[in-house]
Design a protein around this ligand. Structure first.
Ligand code: FAD
Ligand code: GLY
Length: 369
């Protein structure tokens, strides 16, 4: 049955849900108070790295990430085909580096459980490591090489998603300034600052770090908080860094356009998106430790974005029990770019009342009461 769906938020999550739902034949409207992709999604490093960014164990977040990585080759080529726009998608693989024996042992432990979840990783040392990443510091003791991991150029990906949505008939209204949810139980009515009303059968809330403000409307706790990520980029020649390189201090990823992106801080700073010297200096100290050729090179570009973090580290994805007209898809924290196809498919399955894998219960949006 065709439904009329209103999506609040035009970041990667809102646009991905719009693309999937419209592709399945639903009528879709995206409402964005600012500019699509203008917040966290446009600031991201674009890494699709569930193995390197989730270190604890195979929890539900990790499983959703692995599923999303599996969906990416087909998903990104569909976005490119429909939008007619190109964007970088590079199967670079990743290296998680360790400087000390204790950290090398931790990598060995991680590889053991990750192999059960699709990783074909190996632990590399000495010549074998420096052959594939020649500019890496010789102080690096070992690295976990995960060939499956990829990265894309996030700002272009989000622009292509927006274009793809428009081409298939998603109606997108941006610069709306503010939106009020007027009715959500019997039908959906959302009103913009200029008094326009947008109606539908379903509402998908994808408002990223701002989602908490909807808690009162729905009578539930939505503990989503902004965590600022400061990030910078260097200009390079000849792509000196071949893999995404992670450590417990940060990451570096070399882009097709010869910039080397290096992130990122995790600051509690409210909704402030300033970049500070302190934040960038910390990144620079780590960068030159991993890649000594960066020693005297200042970054040419610095920026920041607000990650939507949650109280328990898991996103909120699913319908409300009070009214399944409302589906939340927020709180993707450090992995919203990675999780965009899996979230879109999950949200569309909830809308169509299809069965979803059991582990998604962990993302129940009402688990905080
Ligand atoms: P956003 O992109 O913030 O979009 C939310 C949108 O909702 C915004 O456009 C906002 O204006 C709008 N909005 C807010 N309130 C309302 C309202 N009431 N009505 C309508 N619209 C509203 N993830 C990865 O997977 N890989 C990475 O390498 C990566 N690197 C990152 C690096 C940095 C520095 C940062 C900051 C984040 C990074 N992330 C990465 C995380 C990723 O960017 C986020 O998880 C993702 O962008 C969240 O997407 P979103 O659509 O939920 O939020
Ligand atoms: N996923 C990288 C970041 O959030 O900085």
């Amino acid at each position: 049955m065709t439904e009329t769906i209103v999506i609040m938020g035009g970041g990667v999550i809102g646009l991905s849900c719009a693309f999937e739902l419209r592709s399945r034949g639903h009528e879709v409207t995206v409402l964005e108070i600012n500019r699509c992709g203008g917040q966290a999604s446009g600031a991201a490093a674009g890494m699709l790295a569930p193995y390197s960014e989730n270190l604890e164990g195979p929890d539900e977040f990790f499983r959703l990430g692995v599923e999303s990585l599996r969906l990416y080759p087909e998903w990104q080529s569909q976005v490119k085909r429909v939008s007619g726009m190109a964007f970088e998608y590079t199967p670079s693989g990743s290296l998680y580096i360790a400087y000390h024996e204790a950290d090398r042992l931790a990598l060995e432990g991680r590889l053991l459980w990750q192999k059960e979840f699709g990783s074909t990783g190996t632990l590399l040392e000495g010549d074998a490591l420096f052959r594939i990443e020649p500019m890496l510091s010789r102080n690096v003791r070992a690295a976990l090489h995960t060939p499956e991991e990829c990265h894309l150029y996030a700002p272009e990906y989000v622009r292509a998603l927006e274009q793809a949505c428009r081409f298939i008939g998603v109606r997108i209204f941006d610069q709306l300034e503010s939106l009020a949810i007027v009715e959500w139980q019997r039908e959906i009515v959302v009103q913009s600052a200029d008094q326009r009303a947008f109606g539908g059968d379903r509402l998908i809330v994808c408002s990223g770090a701002w989602a908490r403000e909807h808690g009162d409307t729905f009578g539930i706790q939505i503990p989503v908080y902004p965590i600022r990520g400061q990030i910078c980029a260097y200009e390079t020649e000849d792509k000196p860094v071949r893999h995404m390189v992670f450590s417990n201090q940060g990451y570096l990823v070399g882009k097709e356009n010869s910039t080397l992106v290096c992130g990122a801080s995790e600051d509690v700073a409210g909704f402030d998106t300033s970049v500070t010297d302190k934040g960038i200096d910390r990144l620079r100290r780590w960068n030159k430790q991993a890649f000594p050729f960066l020693e005297h090179r200042p970054p040419f570009h610095r920026w920041a974005g607000l990650r939507p973090s949650t109280q328990d580290g898991l996103p909120l994805i699913g319908p409300l029990s009070g009214s399944n007209r409302v589906v939340l898809a927020v709180g993707h924290y450090r992995n919203g770019i990675l999780l965009s196809p899996a979230t879109a498919k999950l949200v569309a399955d909830y809308v169509e009342e299809k069965r979803v894998p059991d582990y998604n219960r962990a993302f129940d949006p009402e688990r905080f009461g």
